[in-house]
Design a protein around this ligand. Structure first.
Ligand SMILES: Cc1cc2nc3c(=O)[nH]c(=O)nc-3n(C[C@H](O)[C@H](O)[C@H](O)COP(=O)(O)OP(=O)(O)OC[C@H]3O[C@@H](n4cnc5c(N)ncnc54)[C@H](O)[C@@H]3O)c2cc1C
Length: 459
């Protein structure tokens, strides 16, 4: 056995995983004129993106709920012809609530709003001003995100801004996440400018000069939910490119190309692995005596998360729900991670006269709670919602989804996982690995990871 022939362009490229990462890779390759075959164990493309329209009118997102429309996302939506079904977050969802002293308080979203806000003390506001003058000093070692952020802005901003934000994105614990890997943009900003505030001001100025709109990219979805995007990506591939219900467990290089157990008669020039860490860990790569193991990736932590989609009669919820949702900082010591106001965010998420909420439970903070059955979770959730949102009645619709291994946590040992991934690639020419295991967890990062994988196969 020798190395395969990665540059034999007559052979197709195999991609494992038809989530957003694998499909994005497939699209780039197909547009570049390469033949691709995407294998996925599930019966439908999209991976963790799962949208379902219930006959009563609920639109349930069991996985991700929305997507930041960065410029590459906007371009893809246009290219796929999805503009007519694209939905932008409703202006009514302008607030981001955090719980403080048991009550939802809007997070200030602009510098003037921050200095006017009663959410933060004068001392914290002074810390932010002082941070502007922070000097650039080389930082030699990675450190927990909480320590990094506290150094810049103090404990209060860590507790009521960063901590809930990290819960909302990673379902993670800032005391354990790596600053360098979990938030590379903050790490880079500190490296380049010393002050994160100064970096933010400079970035905003640069964006203005490039003619880009101010503020973060819009939040979007589609009329039938986020699954529209992977479906459209899958439909854009040449016929026969997608093999669903095809789980791959063994992959072996040969002089004639890569061979997969799901399709032993075919040979592939390259193998792109767009799989989550637990699936990578189970793969058998190579021939007997020359095996590559990714088994250690099974130790990459993915705390369980439970998503509870709850439908209520509008009159049974006192809160105006004029926001994207409500996040629960860990210092508040409540059992929930957050509540998303789905029916405020996008239209047609609930039947007329009703509202839809998604409650997130578990994560690094309280993984056990995610695993409890519904009849344990529901009374507890109901008690919380009565207190924080003035919910009166029972939900008229409930859908529970447990993600036993939800989101990879980039902890302080993340370099060890990256090393294992790079070593596997170096040992196996033509093998490339990408997606949330190494490239970032948000959907825009998955699209970028797919493009990077495709470029690697085209190089
Ligand atoms: C509950 C939850 C909420 C989230 N919310 C958001 C959000 O609101 N916004 C946001 O931007 N991001 C969010 N994310 C993150 C984002 O959804 C994911 O990072 C992204 O969808 C991952 O896409 P992927 O293609 O890399 O992997 P996946 O979607 O995991 O796809 C991998 C695919 O590989 C297949 N597979 C596995 N093993 C094999 C095998 N052996 N052979 C063949 N196929 C295999 C699986 O069936 C799956 O289809 C959320 C994630 C979760 C879990």
């Amino acid at each position: 056995m020798g190395s395969p022939l990665p540059n034999d362009r007559s052979l197709p490229v195999a991609i494992l995983g038809a989530g957003l990462t694998g499909l994005a890779a497939a699209r780039h390759l197909a547009l570049a004129g390469r033949r691709v075959v995407v294998f996925d164990a599930s019966p439908a493309p999209g991976g963790v993106i799962r949208s379902e329209r219930h006959p009563e009118g609920w639109l349930i997102e069991s996985g991700p709920n929305s997507l930041q429309e960065t410029p590459p996302v906007a371009a893809l939506v246009r290219e796929l012809g999805l503009e007519p079904v694209r939905q932008v977050a409703d202006p009514a969802a302008k607030n981001r609530y955090v719980l403080r002293d048991g009550a939802p308080r809007p997070l200030p979203l602009s510098p003037p709003a921050f200095f006017r806000s009663g959410l933060f003390s004068r001392r914290t506001k002074y810390r932010v001003v002082r941070e502007y003058f922070r000097r650039r000093e080389p930082r030699l070692h990675d450190l927990p995100l909480a320590d990094f952020f506290r150094e810049h802005f103090g404990q209060e901003l860590l507790d009521y801004a960063l901590d809930p934000f990290v819960s909302g994105i990673f379902a993670g614990d800032p005391a354990r996440l790596s600053s360098r890997h979990a938030f590379p943009s903050l790490w880079k900003a500190e490296h380049e400018h010393g002050s994160l505030v100064r970096a933010q001001i400079k970035n905003a100025r640069a964006r203005r000069e490039r003619g880009e709109p101010p503020g973060p990219p819009p939040i979007i979805s589609f009329a039938d939910g986020l699954a529209t995007l992977p479906r459209a990506l899958a439909d854009s591939l040449p016929p026969g490119s997608l093999r669903l219900g095809a789980s791959v467990t063994q992959i072996s290089p040969s002089r004639a190309g890569w061979i997969l157990d799901a399709s032993p008669a075919e040979r592939f020039s390259h193998l792109l692995l767009a799989l989550p860490a637990p699936a990578l860990a189970r793969l058998e790569i190579g021939s007997p005596g020359a095996q590559t193991s990714l088994a250690s990736l099974d130790h990459l932590e993915h705390p369980p998360v439970c998503s509870l989609f709850l439908g209520y009669r509008r009159e049974d919820v006192a809160h105006p729900l004029d926001g994207l949702g409500l996040l629960f900082p860990s210092v508040e010591k409540r059992p929930l991670l957050g509540v998303l106001f789905n029916s405020t965010l996008f239209p047609a998420r609930a039947p007329a006269g009703h509202v839809a909420l998604t409650v997130m439970l578990g994560g690094a903070r309280n993984g056990e709670l995610a695993r409890h059955p519904l009849d344990y979770q529901l009374p507890l959730v109901r008690r919380e919602l009565v207190q924080v949102l003035g919910v009166r009645g029972e939900p008229v619709f409930v859908r529970r989804t447990l993600w036993p291994r939800a989101i990879p946590q980039y902890l302080l040992n993340h370099d060890e996982h990256l090393h294992v991934i790079r070593a596997a690639e170096e040992r196996n020419p033509g093998l490339h690995i990408g997606g949330p295991v190494r490239d970032g967890i948000g959907l825009p990062a998955c699209l970028a990871a797919g493009e990077r994988l495709a470029q690697a196969a085209l190089a």
